[in-house]
Design a protein around this ligand. Structure first.
Ligand SMILES: O=P(O)(O)OC[C@@H](O)[C@@H](O)c1c[nH]c2ccccc12
Length: 262
């Protein structure tokens, strides 16, 4: 069984618990900027910086880091959005982490989880997210369309994650406005930045905000995916391990040149 299937099986067991409770978080509702608008109008590569304590492929990365401090560094270094892992068993995240970050920053906040049910979207919103992730590989076409509509109707933006050109077609079919290609295959854990190139070449839609996710360590990686057409990048581990978060994040914000070679 692939790791993605293991995570999804575990998720199903948690749904009943979520459905039996009401999400109660303390939050003053903030109007956050639109991630889509930020990406579409970008003149330099936009960074979605991730709060990631651990992962199934790497184990502990920074298990005990303070999410508010981490997110505040990200925000002051010019991040476009903060991604917060809320999956608990494999990534050691929580809705409490998300809520703490949402209270501390004014930029968009992405709830990073394996969403398979509306109740998770309710929790993400209640905890303060303005963006959610939907993973095409984890959902049927019907589920993808239904959850995408549900989130949009609740004033959330949606990052739709794909791995390859077949999944890209499925994302385009539901009119996804923000599409991310995950350079890490969630079935094998292999990371290849060229996935960004392959997917970028398969479509020409300037109205879609296209981002590259995972495996970005330095300015050269950032410049490479920008040259493939990415307007933004989703970066976790390299920032979590950095001992100079601000400098590391600033270095990734490379200039976007008009008419990049794709
Ligand atoms: O730590 P990295 O290699 O910079 O990757 C960040 C992010 O892309 C990764 O955490 C991620 C992308 N899609 C996901 C889906 C679920 C969990 C995690 C992810």
């Amino acid at each position: 069984m692939t790791i993605l299937n293991q995570i999804l099986d575990h998720k199903k067991t948690e749904l009943e618990k979520l459905k039996g409770q009401t999400p109660l978080f303390n939050l003053d509702k903030k109007k956050r900027p639109s991630l889509y608008d930020t990406l579409i109008h970008a003149d330099h590569l936009q960074v979605i910086a991730e709060m990631k304590r651990a992962s199934p492929s790497k184990g502990d990365i920074a298990a005990y880091v303070n999410p508010v401090e981490q997110a505040s560094h990200y925000e002051s270094a010019g991040a476009a959005c903060i991604s917060v892992l809320t999956e608990t068993k494999y990534f050691k995240g929580s809705y409490e982490d998300l809520n703490a970050v949402a209270k501390a920053v004014v930029i968009p906040v992405l709830c990073k989880d394996f969403i398979i049910d509306e109740v998770q979207i309710d929790y993400a919103k209640a905890a303060g997210a303005s963006v959610i992730l939907l993973i095409v590989a984890a959902l049927s076409d019907e589920e993808l369309a239904r959850l995408h509509t549900y989130a949009t109707n609740h004033d959330l933006e949606v990052l739709v994650e794909v791995h390859d050109t077949e999944e890209l077609e499925r994302a385009l079919a539901i009119n996804a406005r923000i599409i991310g290609v995950n350079n890490r295959n969630l079935k094998t854990f292999e990371v290849d930045l060229k996935q960004t190139k392959t997917v970028a070449r398969a479509f020409n839609r300037p109205d879609v905000a296209f981002i590259s996710e995972s495996g970005i360590w330095n300015e050269a990686d950032a410049a490479l995916v920008a040259s493939y057409g990415a307007k933004g990048i989703l970066v976790g581990e390299s920032l979590m391990r950095s001992n100079n978060i601000i400098a590391a994040l600033q270095a990734l914000q490379v200039e976007l040149k008009a008419g990049e070679v794709r």
